[in-house]
Design a protein around this ligand. Structure first.
Ligand code: ATR
Length: 282
């Protein structure tokens, strides 16, 4: 695509940003839909974040994705955070309004839920408890997404119990029961679960595997892992062999990008198998 003087511009701010698959993902859609636009990686140091955003807005950018370590700074910077951004305390998508002010969204929870709906269409949010392993930023997005779709009961298991408790406290007023179990009890916490989500780095390439006794997990429980490198984590392989419905983590990355692309480039893009293959290729 040759850029014109009217090209629509967006990008991803991170530090570092070289690992981000977002330029590949948005680049695929820009080409697929024949849009006169560009989506670029923007390596920005934490201390330069606000200056960079203001400058890029002045240069005509329509918006940004924001990744580690800027998501909380983005939440503080935007003029209008949406409900999910408020619930999570972080922004991953910035949309520049006509007057230069900033709308901030958090689409991670949406991406998680859209991936789950696509991969396990029979799963119902309100049916049985969801067990969430981990209590970091990813867990926060997953829990906000689950609650927004009507999940009634969520159990958090994290190595550091105090982080589980802090996370549960954030959702104390939410219309869901968010409780905490010790990390050592994680196998027992699976009894009666309808959904198991790994949000820790365990199982990621270069990280230790997730050790988890699956005996108590009901056969119909859906299992998903937000780790997507490798695409089939040890956890997903094990539950797949036991016959559980399995949803891999790549779709969350793809779906979370949809609202931003639509806002910046004016087309609601589709998440397709061809896109998955393209994003996975190095
Ligand atoms: P993110 O924003 O991606 O969620 P994070 O905030 O660093 O990243 O959270 C990482 C999660 O993986 C945490 O829940 C962490 O547990 P602690 O809160 O106890 O640190 C979990 N995690 C990382 N390494 C782990 C390990 N070896 N065993 C168990 N949990 C681990």
């Amino acid at each position: 695509m040759i850029l014109s003087g009217q090209s629509k511009l967006a990008g991803v701010l991170g530090w570092p940003v070289g690992h981000s698959r977002s330029p590949r993902l948005h680049g695929y859609w820009l080409r697929q839909y024949g849009i006169d636009g560009a989506y670029v990686p923007l390596p920005v140091k934490p201390e330069d974040f606000e200056t960079a955003v203001r400058g890029l807005v002045a240069a005509g950018f329509r918006g940004f994705n924001v990744t580690v370590p800027h998501k909380e700074a983005a939440f503080r910077l935007v003029d209008r955070p949406d409900d999910q951004a408020e619930a999570i305390g972080a922004v991953n998508t910035i949309i520049v309004a006509g007057d230069g002010t900033l709308d901030g969204r958090n689409t991670d929870g949406y991406g998680f839920m859209a991936n789950l709906s696509a991969g396990a269409p029979d799963w119902k949010a309100s049916s049985a408890p969801a067990v969430v392993l981990g209590a970091g930023g990813a867990a926060r997005s997953v829990i906000a997404g689950l609650i927004s779709q009507g999940a009634g009961s969520i159990v958090i298991c994290n190595r550091t119990r105090s982080r589980s408790e802090d996370l549960a406290a954030l959702f104390a007023n939410a219309p869901a029961d968010v409780s905490v179990r010790d990390w050592e009890d994680r196998g027992r916490a699976l009894a009666g679960a309808g959904l198991l989500v790994n949000t820790t780095q365990l199982g990621m390439t270069g990280q230790p595997p997730l050790e988890l006794d699956l005996t108590a997990l009901p056969p119909a429980a859906v299992v998903t892992d937000i780790v997507y490198a490798p695409l089939e984590t040890d956890l997903l392989r094990r539950v797949g062999e036991r016959g559980h419905p399995v949803v891999d983590g790549l779709g969350m990355l793809l779906h979370q990008a949809v609202p931003g692309f639509e806002a910046w480039f004016g087309v609601r893009p589709e998440v397709t198998p061809a896109l998955r293959n393209f994003v996975l290729r190095d």
